[in-house]
Design a protein. Structure first.
Length: 274
């Protein structure tokens, strides 16, 4: 056993980290857990975000560059036994690195004050895996911010953090506004608000052909099982559906988000080049 290795789950530092698995404690401490080398690497890229790093001896040997980078950044590195890591981790097979990170979210006005051209809104998205994957997709498509409304899952949920694959640290994330309060802010930023929903009368192809997607846009995505509520569909500028050319009943949320966001990104780039 390495000198200084924590072997008890009753250690105050371990207990403080373990409780961040619960949303109430995350909100109180404004900290969350991020597992694995990819998350640690991305957190290190943002100064001041990595608060503590837990590592097993095996993981430290395997990811020595990350551990040393954390130490150089002044981050406390805590060596723990495999048993303690298993208690801290939220995955079946822990990778041996777990970071305690400071919240990364920003105020709504901060996310919209730079004339954004593409914004992603998650409204009534309850599944953390879906939400994290949409966040990752939005990052890849060049969305300038992602907004989680008050009716959506907590972006700091462990499954959501893992599904984002580090994208949580890449772009401004807004947490908790009511959708009714969000609409004036989006329109005030010059964004056309588009809802992606199977009930849309306009297809994505028609939106592209009509030039709608060349405009700065905020795409609103809803619950995978039951879509968006009527009050949201009634309040947006347009409701767009992704056409289904084959026999599939529908697309899952993350795939639909990728299709819509990339369609906007491509149309906007073509417009600027033209």
């Amino acid at each position: 056993m390495a000198s200084g290795e924590l072997t008890s789950v009753r250690s105050p530092r371990v207990k403080a980290a373990r409780r961040l698995a619960k949303r109430a404690f995350r909100r109180r401490d404004r900290r969350f857990l991020a597992e694995g080398p990819q998350a640690v690497r991305e957190a290190l890229e943002v100064p001041g975000r990595l608060a503590e790093l837990f590592t097993t001896a095996e993981a430290e040997s395997r990811h020595r560059d990350l551990v040393r980078a954390a130490e150089r950044a002044g981050v406390p590195v805590l060596r723990v036994s495999g048993e303690v890591m298993a208690e801290l981790a939220q995955t079946v097979t822990p990778q041996g690195l777990l970071a305690v990170c400071e919240f990364v979210d920003v105020p709504l006005e901060g996310a919209l004050n730079a004339a954004p051209r593409l914004v992603t809104v998650l409204a009534h998205v309850r599944d953390p895996g879906n939400a994290g994957t949409v966040l990752r997709t939005a990052d890849a498509a060049g969305s300038e911010s992602v907004i989680f409304t008050d009716a959506s899952v907590d972006p700091y949920n462990g499954k959501c953090v893992r599904a984002s694959a580090g994208s949580l640290f890449h772009l401004p994330v807004v947490v908790g506004p009511r959708f009714g309060d969000l609409m004036p802010a989006l329109r005030g930023a010059g964004l056309t608000v588009l809802a992606a929903d199977g009930a849309g009368k306009r297809t994505l192809d028609e939106a592209i052909d009509d030039g709608l997607l060349a405009r700065p846009a905020a795409w609103v995505f809803g619950n995978e099982a039951w879509g968006l509520p009527e009050e949201i569909l009634d309040s947006v500028d347009d409701v767009v559906r992704v056409p289904i050319y084959g026999r599939a009943e529908s697309l899952n949320l993350a795939t639909a988000a990728a299709v819509c966001l990339y369609a906007s990104a491509r149309a906007q780039r073509a417009g600027r080049e033209g």
